[in-house]
Design a protein. Structure first.
Length: 86
């Protein structure tokens, strides 16, 4: 019985460690001409997010609004991403 509990604990730690690792995605813009493209962008993501989930990229800047500040998206582009190691 103790062996079974030990094996389940080890298996749980392995699964937890595998899910919490970060990975890197390499993305390129798909909505601009090939010659006008900037360098590829590399993002570091948590383990629960896949590179295929990234479809849009933008920079955000703080702007003053009545009652405080807000974020405004600038330089928005459609992107196609893949694992950096591929």
């Amino acid at each position: 019985m103790k062996k079974m509990i030990y094996l389940l604990a080890v298996a749980g730690m392995v699964v937890f460690a595998g899910c919490s690792k970060e990975h890197r995605c390499k993305c390129e813009k798909t909505d601009v001409e090939a010659g006008a493209q900037d360098e590829n962008m590399v993002f570091t993501l948590e383990g629960s997010v896949g590179c295929d989930n990234i479809t849009e990229m933008a920079f955000e800047e703080h702007v003053s609004v009545e009652g405080g500040t807000s974020l405004r998206r600038v330089d928005v582009h459609k992107v196609k991403c893949r694992d950096y190691g591929d």
